[in-house]
Design a protein around this ligand. Structure first.
Ligand code: HEM
Length: 152
């Protein structure tokens, strides 16, 4: 599966960091809280509106034999998609194309990019294990990560 997703629209970046001091939260590097100001319209409701108007955010053309329910993505394939214009991420054994979500991520694009092309389960869990990523990224779901034991 080599289809890339260069045609997924991404807004230009305008993310400014407004870090708060002394917060108890954390980011993937353990350097404290990282609150970012997203562009107007790029909050949760903006994402909900955007996804409801999009049928397929996987970047993969629908064709026979290409079904997220049965697709198996190898680590090698996953690792090829590690750029802001082609960004896949695996969480708890599921692989998502988060290219379109980068501008909407409340923790900022740079934080999400730390997991680009990787199994980012532990990064995700460390920061916000409660976030309902499966629902948010429903239309970005590509397939399952090869060799990932869902029961573990
Ligand atoms: C490599 C993976 C990821 C990293 C390192 C990361 C990192 C972060 C960070 C640092 C914050 C700010 C936390 C704070 O200081 O308040 C944040 C917030 C958030 N992220 Fe992520 N994130 C990742 C993946 C994701 C994914 C896949 C989703 C959902 C599809 C997501 C959704 C959110 C949401 C909803 C918030 C706001 C949480 C809140 O306000 O309580 N993140 N993220």
């Amino acid at each position: 599966m080599n289809d890339s997703n260069k045609d997924i629209p991404r807004a230009s970046l305008n993310v400014s960091t407004t870090s708060t001091s002394g917060g108890g939260g954390g980011n993937a590097t353990g350097s404290g809280r990282t609150k970012v100001a997203l562009k107007p319209g790029y909050g949760l409701m903006g994402w909900v509106r955007f996804t409801s108007n999009s049928s397929n955010l996987t970047g993969i053309q629908p064709k026979s034999g290409n079904d997220p329910r049965t697709n198996i993505i190898t680590m090698i394939e996953l690792s090829k998609h590690d750029q802001p214009d082609d960004c896949w991420i695996a969480i708890r054994g599921k692989v998502f194309n988060v290219t379109a979500y980068l501008d909407y991520h409340p923790g900022g694009m740079d934080e999400l990019m730390k997991g680009a092309g990787k199994n980012a389960t532990s990064m995700f869990e460390d920061v916000h294990s409660w976030v309902n990523y499966e629902s948010l990224l429903e239309k970005c779901f590509i397939g399952r990560l090869a060799g990932y034991d869902l029961s573990s």
